[in-house]
Design a protein around this ligand. Structure first.
Ligand code: FUC
Length: 798
């Protein structure tokens, strides 16, 4: 495994990272069994299985995910493949479990049991002893070879015996339209599990190959038994006939996939290639791939690796013994989960990443665009995993033609006189619920700002990577199209231009609260469809501002840009209310006069994070945003706490950011460190990962700010490998809450502006320790020129 990077030049953090810390989740017992609910939940989700959600360990490669339970009698490995969809929920379809893989060992009365998930390696391990033999099982899902691998060995020869028995889950479905057909057939050393799921014409298949050293192998009808082998390896490829393309979104249901297409040949080729490499090479290739990504970032507080099993560490934390090691571990777990659920050529990470044991997954398991899917990627670039966001870029490119159609439909419904007949003339739009098969237009409880929420990610990806080709081909057309759509929703009100229709995501209102104000309640009578909510106004501002910035960079002079320039100052997105709050609705007076006081969404603070409109150049807005968060309260659902944490970081309120992080860990985290909305949604895990990096490094203002929101609890520590906008890789070390050294690697070169306390006492040095020239601007900013690849150190004192 590749070592963690040593800080640039070893000017800082050499001691902290000399030996990479191994991060593990571990337990001394298998996952408990159940409880499982046998009735669908009120929202249609089925079945809820607490052992899966709380205790199983997730592994994945972005294409598929698996959950390992670590049982010794009959091991359970539940498999998810991201494209297998049934009729799901809300007319959107939904992710559904792919397979249940059973390994019958018949071991009980085991000793010295341990199961773990090694985050550095991306491998789940189970070990125990029976009758004097120590057994070891390793599970990983390789991205380069696209297979799930299970290696079963023992410390004595001819000791491994088990029966592999894969099963198709939910063959007797709750719903007629979801009746999957399928069979499991074993022959020689291979099992084929295959069938169809009618809703999207999914043809699915998983192929299993069993390799063994010594002993015997025997196939049954649908099982393979190995007896007295030295070591066995099960290699599994899985997939469906889904292919990401614009057609999938454009074509009507039933035509999206070709029922005559089968994944068999493709999977066969994947499996053949993997088997030809052999178990050791498969493992090494996985370690190289995963290790390179995971090893890019190091972060250590003044913590000791806890000797406790993870559930106990969490239990103590919940009981008030706050071990900052767990706070560190949660950050690294976020990076692990991102690598395991989103890769360059896979579908993006869904609401549950790559994992669902459900027949009917909560909220479809899809891509929710009024905060959730964006939160999945908020921290991706900052934690040096920009390529994980390519999954979303590819998804965006595929749905874009359908999103253009949705824009025309949206305008036809709301502004029929503004519909353009020109190709692309209406821009594009995306509503809240989306899946690998379908997107929606905005409507009901969330305004069209959902599209601006999305383009913010596309903009950030450029700002971090400085990939100009991407800027030209993807980001600029996306921003331009989004501005076009936004412009067509703006109506004049006095001097201002307001989005119509507009809604502040999901925050319900009462009829009394909105009496006499413009708009109406939605079909459910809960949400207000009005004009000019802060959410929508803010995202129009962000997108318009970004498109002008990019047009300048690329030297574009599309005449429409003049309209954008004229609209921008008339948006009036941020208004302070009578309680000193940022108003969520223009018509709001005191805080809570409209909407729920403690609602989970803080959509009006999207201009603070992930937006940049509310920033330190306007202290009045910063104060109002802070008041708003105080009034809203910290304790809410999982992802919503993560959003609050990022907002507190942007406000440079380190202790408050830490407080909400700590509450989130205590209240929303379960023993496998997944985080609950509830139920499990991966956005919370990714949201707090972004939050930690946002507390340590920010770059959305004019300079890269080191330790902008450091809490007292993290008084000492070091990080290496976080990325700032401008494609600068940064390391820092601090003690007594003060920066003591930093390093910057300029991947792309250019002017580097650093905001640090006592900038005038710092010097910039090159690789040989020689001082290089830097300008100090004001009290706390220093700037210096860099060339691509250059590494510099920031030193204090003699
Ligand atoms: C948004 C949220 C819900 C949930 C869903 C998946 O609609 O408001 O709380 O997270 O997404």
């Amino acid at each position: 495994m590749k070592r963690l990077l040593i800080a640039p030049l070893c000017l800082v953090a050499c001691v902290a990272f000399a030996e990479p810390r191994v991060y593990e989740l571990w337990e001394s017992n298998p996952a408990p069994v159940g409880p499982v609910e046998t009735e669908p939940r009120k929202n249609g989700t089925f079945p809820y299985d607490q052992a899966w959600e709380y205790w199983s360990y997730p592994i994945g490669n972005g294409y598929m995910g698996a959950n390992v339970f670590g049982y010794t009698d009959v091991e359970r490995v539940q498999l998810t493949e991201k494209t297998l969809f049934n009729s799901g929920l809300y007319g959107l379809g939904g992710l559904t479990s792919f397979a249940e893989i059973k390994l019958r060992f018949g071991h009980d009365a085991v000793k010295n049991y341990r199961r773990s998930l090694n985050l550095n390696e991306g491998i789940a391990v189970v070990t125990y002893e029976v009758d004097g033999v120590t057994y070891t099982r390793e599970y990983f899902i390789s991205y380069p070879d696209q297979v799930l691998v299970m290696r079963i060995s023992a410390d004595q020869p001819a000791s491994v015996s088990f029966t592999l028995a894969p099963e198709i889950p939910y063959l007797s479905s709750l719903r007629e339209q979801d009746k999957r057909t399928g069979s499991v057939v074993a022959k020689d050393n291979r099992i084929i599990l295959s069938g169809s799921l009618p809703n999207e014409n999914n043809n699915y298949e998983a192929q299993f190959r069993v390799l063994h050293e010594g002993g015997q192998l025997k196939a049954g009808a649908d099982t393979i038994t190995v007896s007295k082998v030295d070591r066995a390896t099960v290699v599994i490829a899985a997939g469906t006939n889904y292919e990401l393309s614009s057609d999938v979104f454009l074509l009507p249901p039933n035509e999206k996939l070709d029922p005559a297409k089968f994944p068999h040949d493709r999977l066969n080729a994947i499996l053949d290639a993997a088997v030809a490499k052999g178990p050791d090479a498969l493992k090494q290739r996985h370690l190289d791939d995963h290790g390179e990504l995971f090893g890019r970032v190091a972060l250590k507080f003044d913590s000791e690796v806890s000797p406790l099993p993870t559930h106990q560490l969490l239990e103590e934390y919940k009981n008030g013994k706050t071990d900052i090691y767990l706070e560190e571990l949660m950050f690294h777990y976020g990076r692990y989960l991102l690598i395991a659920s989103s890769r360059e050529n896979t579908l993006p990470a869904g609401l549950q990443g790559s994992w669902s044991n459900y027949e009917i997954t909560p909220w479809t398991g899809g891509y929710w665009h009024n905060v959730n899917v964006q939160m999945n990627y908020w921290g991706a670039c900052a934690v040096n995993l920009a390529e994980t966001f390519e999954a979303y870029i590819n998804y965006f490119k595929a749905y874009h033609p359908e999103a253009q159609k949705k824009a025309a439909e949206f305008l036809t419904e709301h502004h029929p006189d503004r519909v353009s007949e020109e190709p692309g003339g209406n821009g594009w739009t995306i509503g809240t619920g989306a899946t690998p098969y379908k997107i929606n237009k905005p409507g009901g409880h969330s305004g069209p700002g959902t599209g601006g929420f999305t383009t913010k990610l596309l903009m950030d990806y450029y700002d971090y990577t400085l990939n100009r080709e991407y800027l030209e081909e993807v980001a600029y057309p996306a921003l331009l199209g989004m501005s076009r759509l936004f412009s067509k929703t703006l109506i004049e009100e006095g001097d201002h231009l307001l989005v119509q229709p507009s809604a502040s995501p999901e925050n319900p209102v009462t009829l009394e609260q909105i009496e006499g104000h413009p708009g109406r309640l939605d079909a459910k009578g809960r949400h207000w469809i009005t004009v000019g909510t802060t959410f929508d106004q803010g995202f129009v501002w962000e997108n318009h501002n970004d498109v002008l910035k990019v047009a300048d960079l690329l030297g574009k002079n599309d005449p429409y840009l003049n309209q954008v320039r004229a609209e921008l100052p008339r948006l009036d997105p941020i208004i302070i209310g009578e309680s000193g709050q940022i108003k969520e609705w223009r018509q709001e007076t005191t805080y809570g006069s409209i909407g729920e006081r403690h609602h989970r969404h803080i959509s009006h603070l999207c201009s603070l994070y992930p937006g940049i409109l509310i920033n330190s150049s306007n202290p009045e807005w910063m104060d109002a945003a802070s008041n708003t968060l105080d009034l809203r309260g910290d304790l809410t659902t999982g992802w919503a706490m993560a959003h609050r944490m990022n907002c507190r970081a942007r406000l440079k309120e380190g202790d408050k950011a830490h407080q909400v992080y700590s509450l989130f860990i205590a209240e929303k985290t379960v023993p496998n460190l997944w985080t609950l909305h509830p139920p499990f949604q991966i956005d919370g895990n990714f949201g707090v990962m972004a939050g930690v990096s946002e507390m340590l490094l920010q770059s959305h203002e004019a300079a890269i700010e080191l330790l902008p929101a450091l809490p007292a609890a993290w008084s000492k520590g070091a990080f290496d490998g976080l990325v700032a906008r401008g494609n600068f890789v940064v390391s820092a070390e601090w003690s007594d809450n003060k920066l003591i050294g930093a390093g910057v690697t300029a991947r792309s070169g250019g002017l580097c502006r650093l905001k640090i306390t006592s900038a005038k006492d710092a010097r910039v040095v090159d690789a040989s320790g020689n001082k290089i020239s830097a300008r100090v601007v004001g009290d706390d900013v220093m700037e210096f020129n860099t060339v691509a690849g250059q590494k510099v150190g920031i030193q204090f004192g003699k």
